[in-house]
Design a binder for this molecule. Structure first.
Ligand SMILES: [Zn+2]
Length: 107
């Protein structure tokens, strides 16, 4: 996989997240506030989509900086199969116990 391939993949995933958020914003906000289903099901998905967009944008920056796909802990290359499913990944599998904790400083 080349950097350009990953860039396209990441940009598409950002677009998908933005679409999800946009669709939700089209709903009436009063209906949303009162809707148990929205609070329970849709809102967590939107929140995930929003933070995912940030993480994906960080991944784009890492492509520009030539740091994409390198594990932050052991500095080894993260396998393509892992990057394809989640290009925002910053740790390889053996190191990924730290994945959630360290998501803040991704660049
Ligand atoms: Zn590692």
């Amino acid at each position: 996989m080349s950097k350009i391939d990953y860039k396209l993949i990441i940009e598409r995933q950002i677009m998908e997240c933005e679409e999800l958020i946009h669709k939700s914003e089209l709903c009436d906000s009063d209906v949303k506030a009162q809707s148990f289903l929205f609070q329970r099901l849709e809102k967590p998905r939107i929140d995930v989509a929003k933070s995912r967009i940030n993480n994906l944008k960080e991944a784009l920056k890492r492509i520009e900086l030539d740091r994409f796909g390198i594990c932050k802990t052991c500095k080894k290359k993260i396998p393509d199969r892992d990057l394809l499913s989640s290009p925002e990944r910053i740790f390889c599998r053996p190191c990924s116990g730290y994945e959630v904790k360290n998501y803040e400083d991704t660049v």
